[in-house]
Design a protein. Structure first.
Length: 147
C-alpha cells in the first residue's frame, strides 16, 4: 500500500442503495421502540425520565415540554389528553408521517426527498411558529398551551 491509502475498497453502489432503501424502516423501528417504551413507562411519575433542562434552569416551558406525556397518552389512546400535553407537537405528527412516506418513496426510487413543506420559506415559517408557541405558552394568556 502506498501512502494515503486506507486499505478499504469503496462500497459497491448497489449496497449503498440497498442501505438507503432500508434506512427509513430502521428509523421507524427506532421511533416505534421509543414510543412503546414511553407508553409503558409513565412519564407522569417522577424519577423515570430526566427533567427538561430548560425548565429546570429557567422555570419556563420549552416547545418540547409535555411531549413525553403526549406520546404516553397517544400510546393509551387518549388523543384529547395528548393534544392538551403539547398541541404543537401533536399537530406536527401528521406532517412527520407524510415526510416519512415521502422518504420511503424517494429511497425506493433512489432519489432525494422532495416536498413543498421542505422549502426554506416553510421551514423558516415553522421555526417562527415554534418560537411564538414557546413564548405564548409561558405567558398568563397562554396557560392553556402549558403541559
Amino acid at each position: 500500500m502506498t501512502a494515503g491509502q486506507t486499505g478499504t475498497r469503496p462500497m459497491p453502489r448497489s449496497v449503498g442503495r440497498r442501505r438507503a432503501r432500508w434506512t427509513p424502516y430502521a428509523v421507524l423501528a427506532a421511533v416505534l421502540g421509543a414510543a412503546c417504551y414511553v407508553s409503558a413507562v409513565d412519564p407522569n411519575h417522577p424519577g423515570h425520565y430526566p427533567t427538561c433542562p430548560f425548565l429546570a434552569l429557567t422555570g419556563y416551558y420549552c416547545p418540547g415540554c409535555g411531549s413525553l406525556r403526549m406520546i404516553h397518552a397517544i400510546g393509551h389512546g387518549h388523543l384529547a389528553e395528548a393534544f392538551g400535553r403539547n398541541p404543537l407537537a401533536f399537530a406536527t405528527l401528521p406532517f412527520l408521517a407524510y415526510l416519512w412516506v415521502r422518504w420511503v418513496w424517494a429511497a425506493r426510487k433512489g432519489r432525494p426527498v422532495r416536498s413543498r413543506i421542505l422549502q426554506p420559506a416553510v421551514i423558516v415559517g415553522f421555526t417562527a411558529v415554534i418560537l411564538l408557541f414557546w413564548v405564548v405558552r409561558n405567558l398568563p394568556i397562554g396557560r392553556a398551551l402549558a403541559p
